[in-house]
Ligand binder design. Structure first.
Ligand code: SF4
Length: 340
C-alpha cells in the first residue's frame, strides 16, 4: 500500500490547536506526518510519538467515555449497569491504562498509548493511580455518578436497535483508532466526533459527552453535528433535531438545544473563516505543505507547561527552565478530545 497523503482536513480540535500555539499546530499536523513509518527520519518519529501523548485530563475523558459506552452496550444486551458496576468498570480501566502507559514509556512504539505526565516524569511511574492521581479518579467517579443518577442510561436503553443512528463500540487500545465520520463543506473534509445519535420523538437527538470545562465553541460544535445529520440522514429536518452537550462534571438533566438556521449559518461561516486562515499559512495550499517558519510560537507561556512538544521546542524548553512545571494533576488547557 502506498503512503497516505497529508490531505487538508478541518476539526474543532485543529482550530483550537492553532489558536493555542501555531508552532505546536505545525508539529501536530505537519512535522509529525509519516512518523508512524519505521523508515521515517528519527526527528519525525519523535514528533509523532510526542503528538500521541495523552494528558491526564484528556485520559480521564477517554476513560469516562469508554466506561459509559461499555455500560450502555452491556445494558442494551440485558447486562448489569448500576452505579457500583460503572465505578468498578472505570476503576479497572484506570488501572489497566495506567499500567499500559508505564509499560509503553520504555517498550512501546511511537503510536502506543502513553500518559504525557509519565513521559515527562512529572509523576512517579511506579505509583498506581489510587496512590497519586486522586483528582483524576475523582473526576472519573463524579462523571460516572452524574451519568448513573441522571436516568440517561435507562432512557438510552429504551431506544430500540433500529432507532440508533450512531452508537459506536467503546474504543480499544489495540490496533489503530477507528476513523471518525466526516462532513464535506466546500470541498473540505470536516471531522465529526459526535458520541451518540438516535431517533427520538419523531426527530433525531445527538449527544456529546463533555468531561472537561465548558468551551466557548461547544454550541458551534453541536451545530456542526446538526449540519452533519442533515447531510447524513435523509429523514433529518432541522426543526426536529435536538443536540445535547452532556456536561458530566455537573449533575443532570442536561438541557437539549434546538439548533436554528442562524446557528448553522454562523457555524458554517466560522469554519470557512478558520479554513481560509489555516490555508493562508501554507507554503502550497494545493499540496497542503507547510514550513515551520510560518508558524510562530505562542506568546502565552502557560501553554508550554502542558504542551506535548515542549521537549523538542527550543522556546518551550527555555520557558520550562524558567518556570516550574505544573502540578501533576493541574487541568490542561490543551486537554481535548483529539479528532482529525
Ligand atoms: S512548547 Fe510552547 S511554544 Fe513550543 S510548541 Fe509547545 S506551546 Fe508552542
Amino acid at each position: 500500500m502506498g503512503r497516505l497523503v497529508n490531505e487538508f482536513t478541518w476539526s474543532f480540535s485543529r482550530d483550537r490547536a492553532l489558536r493555542q500555539c501555531p508552532r505546536a499546530y505545525y508539529y501536530r499536523y505537519y512535522g509529525s506526518w509519516d512518523g508512524w513509518h519505521e523508515d521515517a527520519p528519527a526527528a519525525v518519529r519523535r514528533m509523532y510519538a510526542l503528538k500521541k501523548l495523552t494528558s491526564l485530563h484528556g485520559w480521564a475523558g477517554q476513560v469516562v467515555e469508554w466506561t459509559l459506552l461499555t455500560a450502555l452496550h452491556q445494558a442494551r444486551a440485558g447486562g448489569q449497569a448500576d452505579l457500583g458496576y460503572l465505578r468498578r468498570l472505570a476503576a479497572g480501566k484506570l488501572k489497566s491504562d495506567w499500567r499500559l502507559s508505564q509499560y509503553n514509556i520504555h517498550a512501546g512504539g511511537p503510536s502506543s498509548f502513553r500518559i504525557q505526565e509519565h513521559h515527562y516524569a512529572q509523576i512517579d511511574a511506579r505509583l498506581q493511580p489510587d496512590q497519586l492521581a486522586p483528582a483524576i479518579q475523582e473526576k472519573v467517579r463524579t462523571a460516572v455518578s452524574h451519568f448513573a443518577s441522571s436516568g440517561l442510561l435507562e432512557r438510552l436503553c429504551r431506544v430500540s436497535g433500529e432507532d440508533w443512528l450512531h452508537c459506536p463500540p467503546p474504543a480499544s487500545r489495540q490496533g489503530p483508532p477507528a476513523l471518525p465520520d466526516h462532513l464535506t463543506l466546500d470541498g473540505v473534509k470536516i471531522w465529526i466526533a459526535m458520541d451518540l445519535a438516535d431517533r427520538e420523538a419523531g426527530g433525531i437527538h445527538i449527544r456529546d459527552w463533555k468531561t472537561g470545562r465548558v468551551h466557548s465553541d461547544d454550541q458551534a460544535q453541536l451545530a456542526c453535528y446538526a449540519l452533519y445529520a442533515l447531510n447524513r440522514w435523509p429523514e433529518a429536518s432541522l426543526d426536529r433535531i435536538r443536540t445535547t452537550a452532556v456536561y458530566l462534571s455537573l449533575p443532570g438533566p442536561w438541557e437539549p438545544t434546538i439548533p436554528t438556521p442562524a446557528m448553522l449559518a454562523a457555524t458554517r461561516e466560522a469554519i470557512q473563516t478558520s479554513v481560509r486562515h489555516m490555508r493562508s499559512l501554507l507554503t502550497d495550499p494545493e499540496k497542503n505543505t507547510a514550513e515551520i517558519a510560518c508558524f510562530p510560537v505562542t506568546g502565552d507561556a502557560r501553554m508550554c507547561r502542558f504542551c506535548n512538544f515542549r521537549a523538542l521546542c527550543p522556546e518551550g524548553h527555555k520557558r520550562m527552565m524558567a518556570a516550574p512545571a505544573p502540578e501533576p494533576e493541574e487541568e490542561d488547557p490543551l486537554a481535548e478530545e483529539e479528532v482529525g
